[in-house]
Design a protein around this ligand. Structure first.
Ligand SMILES: Cc1cc2nc3c(=O)[nH]c(=O)nc-3n(C[C@H](O)[C@H](O)[C@H](O)COP(=O)(O)O)c2cc1C
Length: 351
């Protein structure tokens, strides 16, 4: 079976995908990467339909090149009042510290794409060049409609098992997301077994065992690493952390300062920020949530509701120790330059 040629199909000049990063990737960042010959991405996992529409329109105004839009396909939150109550109680001293009242319950702060027909409809109508999925995929009927609309599909896999499920469902391109990756781990079932494979092992495994183009993601920070992934058989690299310090990203001052500091060398994969495993720079919220006496973590994204409220209270007092500052293991290698310049630099390093 001949494989889809991702690079030729999208007309890319370089095999580099700027990772979709909800809250960090902006229309300016995505457009700059696509205009420079890579594939820019928007992370719409935390967006309402109106926000998604506005972000896509803003991106289209800046580029006529292909763009990838990304959504979250997680199962709906599992409410457990006792668990949520214990979690709120455990963090109550921090709310008190910032003069804030803890919430009385936790809410589902994002709707899964699986349960958002309005966003599903919008994306079919907008026809982005690429639609990518994290945490799972939509049902067959929707994927058939996406295909009929001429949209190319990609999805994250963290194991051979997940990759096989994507292949079976007809997903065009599989993203091999290794344990090194910054942000949320794309595991379909956060309560199931996790082999925690590295990007290199997973990429090679999927290249050999799957009949789809494989994109490597996790800890790839420069052209030398992209080259290594291409040597393993990947068709492209998806890089997130490498783009956070670009002026076009939405990262705030505290996030940028931490990424430039020694803190960047200490990341951890933890569910305590959102309810699903995600890798970020260690801060006070993570230390408190991961402590031995901490209660069980509520379901995704209920846990995120508490973190966001606590962070808002802390930030109001000038404290940034409770923010989600996602970063991969390669974070100390992040560079500060415009997205176009970074892309040109990576391409030069590949040679
Ligand atoms: C700040 C940040 C936000 C992210 N948000 C998303 C997202 O919205 N959707 C998604 O599929 N992946 C997301 N990811 C994961 C990336 O797709 C990718 O797997 C990861 O960035 C690769 O590892 P790296 O950060 O070491 O390059 C995010 C990563 C980071 C660093």
């Amino acid at each position: 079976m001949t494989q889809l040629d991702l690079i030729a199909t999208l007309g890319l000049e370089s095999p580099i995908i700027q990772a979709p990063m909800a809250g960090v990737a902006t229309p300016e960042l995505a457009a700059a990467v696509s205009n420079a010959g890579g594939l820019g991405s928007l992370g719409l996992g935390a967006s309402t339909v109106d926000q998604a529409r506005a972000m896509m329109a803003a991106t289209r105004a800046l580029t006529d090149k292909p763009i990838n839009v990304n959504v979250f396909c997680h199962k709906a939150a599992q409410f457990d009042a006792a668990r949520e109550e214990a979690w709120i109680r455990y963090f109550a001293p921090h709310f008190a510290r910032f003069g804030a009242t803890p919430p009385t319950g936790l809410a589902e702060v994002y709707t899964s794409f699986l349960h958002d027909p309005a966003l599903q409809f919008l994306l079919l109508a907008e026809q982005p060049a690429v639609l990518s999925f994290h945490f799972g995929i939509p049902d067959d009927a929707y994927l058939t409609a996406v295909k009929a609309a001429g949209i190319l599909t990609m999805a994250s896999a963290t194991s051979l098992r997940e990759a096989k499920a994507l292949e079976q469902a007809g997903i065009d391109v599989i993203i091999a997301q290794g344990i090194e990756a910054g942000g949320h781990r794309g595991v379909f079932n956060p309560d199931g077994p996790d082999e925690r494979l590295s990007t290199a092992v997973l990429t090679r495994l999927l290249v050999k065992k799957c009949h789809r183009p494989i994109v490597a993601a996790g800890g790839i920070m420069d052209g030398q690493s992209v080259r290594a992934m291409l040597d393993l058989g990947a068709v492209a690299a998806q890089m997130g952390t490498a783009f956070i310090l670009c002026p076009e990203s939405a990262a705030n001052t505290s996030y940028r300062e931490n990424l430039r500091s020694e803190r960047a060398a200490t990341t951890c994969l933890t569910p305590v920020m959102s309810g699903r495993p995600a890798r970020g720079m260690v801060n006070e919220l993570i230390q408190w949530g991961d402590a031995k006496d901490a209660p069980a973590v509520p379901s995704y994204p209920l846990t995120y509701d508490l973190a966001k409220q606590l962070n808002a209270a802390a930030v109001a007092q000038g404290n940034h120790e409770f923010a989600a500052q996602w970063a991969g293991q390669g974070a100390p290698l992040a560079r500060e330059m415009s997205a176009a310049q970074l892309l040109r630099t990576i391409v030069k390093e590949m040679a």
